[in-house]
Design a protein around this ligand. Structure first.
Ligand code: KIV
Length: 270
């Protein structure tokens, strides 16, 4: 018996690109199928960010995240969703060396996960690679400002643009990724007036994280906004306190196991 594949109509790259200057674009990170299914009902795109190395796997930075881990989580998120465009991050060391290397690894990510686009960090220095990928069928979301994969060079996670003299460098990065064919650009950790200037200057949507409401859309790490991160960065608004809720549930479970209050008649097969 032949079966029709389930029809899935996802947001596309051109749909996101067209939102420039319009209704703000909603996005969140997600790393696994269950949370992605919830986020999918509200987000225009979902990012499988390499922040998963820190959030899910306890790494100190995103530098150690391997490609296979991104692919594993990317597959889970694609399986759990129907509507949002899924963007998967290229981890450190898998795209910077050459456009050919970037193409090989980005194509692997797209083929194996079924995602609709990839994201990579870097402005002017990555423009040639972005153009190479886009011309060969790989949609690219760029990421400039605070780029966590370069935290060792930057000397930590530092807000960008505090010194007005540096603004032109970030503006040049934004123009370079736009001209190279990126369909959107994440602006991370930058002062509001700089984010506003960049958003006005380029014709692709800017997605802010710690870059103010002047951007064309916003992204947050899901676990941060759910109160699961013991440390809350200034740019995060905590919308739910899941940390204490999980702790309370686990504590009550432990107590009930010890006192044999769980399982009860309801959970037992007779
Ligand atoms: O990896 C990630 O979660 C990201 C977002 C912070 C934009 O790149």
């Amino acid at each position: 018996m032949s079966s029709q594949p389930q029809q899935i109509r996802r947001n596309t790259v051109p749909m996101i690109a067209k939102r420039k200057g319009g209704e703000p674009i909603v996005s969140l990170t997600s790393y696994h199928a269950h949370t992605a299914a919830i986020v999918d009902r509200y987000a225009d795109f979902i990012l499988v960010g390499d922040s998963l190395g820190m959030v899910m796997h306890g790494m100190e930075s995103t530098v150690g995240v391997p490609l296979d881990l991104m692919i594993m989580h990317g597959k889970a998120v694609v399986r759990g969703t129907k509507k949002a465009l899924i963007v998967v991050d290229m981890p450190f060391g898998t795209y910077e060396e050459s456009p050919n290397m970037a193409f090989r690894n980005a194509a692997k990510v797209m083929k194996e996960t079924g995602c609709g686009a990839i994201k990579l960090e870097g402005g002017k220095r990555m423009a040639e690679t972005i153009r190479f990928l886009v011309e060969r069928g790989i949609p690219v979301m760029a990421h400039i400002g605070l780029t966590p994969q370069s935290s060792h060079v930057m000397g930590g996670f530092k807000t960008q643009g505090r010194d007005e003299d540096s603004w032109h460098l970030h503006e040049e990065d934004a123009r370079a990724v736009t001209n190279a064919g990126a369909f959107a650009v994440v602006l991370e950790g930058m002062v509001e007036p700089l984010a506003a200037r960049i958003t006005r200057q380029i014709d692709i949507p800017t997605i802010g994280i710690g870059a103010s409401a002047e951007c064309d859309g916003q992204i947050l790490v899901l676990e941060d906004m759910l109160g699961l991160n013991p440390w809350t960065p200034k740019f995060v608004k905590v919308y739910g306190q899941l940390g204490p809720m999980i702790e309370d549930s686990v504590r009550r479970y432990a107590e009930e196991v010890k006192t044999r209050a769980f399982p009860t008649e309801d959970q037992v097969y007779r």
